[in-house]
Write a protein that binds this ligand. Structure first.
Ligand code: IPM
Ligand code: MN
Length: 386
């Protein structure tokens, strides 16, 4: 029996509004070609632009749908700027839209932020001597605590801000669930590119920080349940240089929230840039999928942003739905979308400006919607071959 999934689509601001329609187009191509794949899409406005007109970050209806009805959420990006170049902010000083982007991670308890770092053929990496055989890891970022725990404030004296504090919270429960998630992910992969060994690397700063000492202690306890997976450790500062020097050594990498934020931008860089880096925010009940990149207001309206990150995020979404609901048509859709992205990138002629580098420097850049259309066509072609 065909199940119909309710999908919340939140394009948000800036290039989120340009790349998300391409991900939707590719999903529709997958639905067209895979019998049994049905996604009921519910699109809502949200973010900084919406705040400027409506005085809130999203409608009550959008919030209710996302939190209570949606089977999965596809998010673009949030963050808008005013004509004077200033960011659109809420009265409390937070950027308008973060209540959704960061708020959903907390409210829906999306404790694992999964960010695959995979270099596709045909994509330029800034690392000399590395190619797709070397770069294929998954970084799992703790997503509900650490420095992102909403416990912060500042103190003024005589009208001048004199002191500010952000409290970094690390809990046993928060660490345990994200570490377990990471070991489980390693079990469904083929190990590190260098040696095929299933390996989970704990990236922290436990030489100094109490929270990281707890994180590592929990890591070791959870690792006991996975004797088939090698444990590995790296301090976050050292890890950044190993990531550049020996990316092939890494299979799964798990890190507390703020370190995960930083190292996943490094990961994005070595896989070809933010334009191709997808993310899944995953909890026990909900999943929100988005590109790692932001709303890039400078690019908005140019139709030149790379839609690949958003398209790959939609394939992660289908993978997640498929394994959660034991639904083969979702898994099939995820696979076909991934293969189509790989095919278009490998072919080399169709790419946005950010990938027209190195051996592809002479390629004429394609627009956002042209790249989306070619990937959608490829999905239909691969799908019709069965
Ligand atoms: C990310 C982003 C967010 C974060 C920003 C927009 C608050 O950088 O998803 O990595 O820091 O988590
Ligand atoms: Mn980030």
């Amino acid at each position: 029996m065909t199940r119909k999934y309710k999908l919340a689509v939140l394009p948000g601001d800036g290039i989120g509004r340009e790349v998300t329609p391409q991900a939707v187009r590719v999903l529709e191509a997958a639905e067209e070609t895979i019998s049994g794949l049905r996604l009921e899409k519910h699109e809502f406005e949200c973010g900084g632009e919406y705040y400027l007109t409506a005085g809130r970050e999203w409608s009550k209806e959008a919030e209710t749908f996302v939190k209570n009805e949606a089977d999965a959420v596809l998010l673009g990006a949030v963050g808008a700027v005013r004509a004077d170049g200033e960011s659109v902010r809420l009265p409390d000083g937070n950027l308008a839209g973060y209540g959704i982007a960061i708020g959903l991670r907390m409210d829906l308890d999306l404790y694992a932020n999964v960010r695959p770092v995979k270099l596709y053929q045909g994509v330029p990496t800034p690392l000399a001597d590395k190619d797709p055989r070397h770069i294929d890891m998954v970084i799992v970022r703790e997503n509900t605590e650490g420095l992102y725990a909403p416990i912060r404030g500042s103190f003024s004296r005589g009208g001048s801000k004199e002191m500010a504090v952000d409290v970094r919270i690390i809990t046993r429960k928060g660490s345990e669930r994200v570490v377990k998630f990471s070991f489980e992910q390693s079990m469904i992969r083929n190990g590190a590119p260098a040696d095929g060994v299933r390996r989970v690397t704990c990236v922290d700063k436990s030489n100094l920080l109490a929270g990281c000492q707890l994180f590592r202690e929990v890591f070791n306890q959870v690792a006991e349940q996975f004797p088939q997976v090698q444990r590995d450790y790296s301090y976050v500062d050292a890890w950044t240089q190993w990531c550049v020097r020996k990316p092939e050594y890494y299979d799964l990498v798990v890190a507390p929230n703020e370190f995960g934020d930083i190292i996943t931008d490094l990961g994005a860089a070595i896989q070809g840039g933010l334009g191709v880096a997808p993310a899944g925010n995953i909890g026990d009940k909900h999943g929100v999928f988005e590109p790692v990149h932001g709303s890039a207001p400078k690019h908005y309206g140019k139709n030149d942003a790379n839609p690949v990150a958003s398209i790959l995020a939609s394939s992660m979404m289908l993978d997640w739905l498929g394994s959660r609901r034991r639904d083969r048509s979702c898994l099939e859709g995820a696979r076909i979308i991934r293969e189509s992205v790989a095919k278009v990138l490998k072919d080399g002629r169709t790419r946005t400006y950010d990938l027209c580098l190195g051996p592809w420097a002479s390629v004429k850049p394609s627009s956002t919607d042209y790249v989306g259309a070619r990937i959608a066509d490829t999905v239909k072609k691969i799908g019709s071959q069965g």
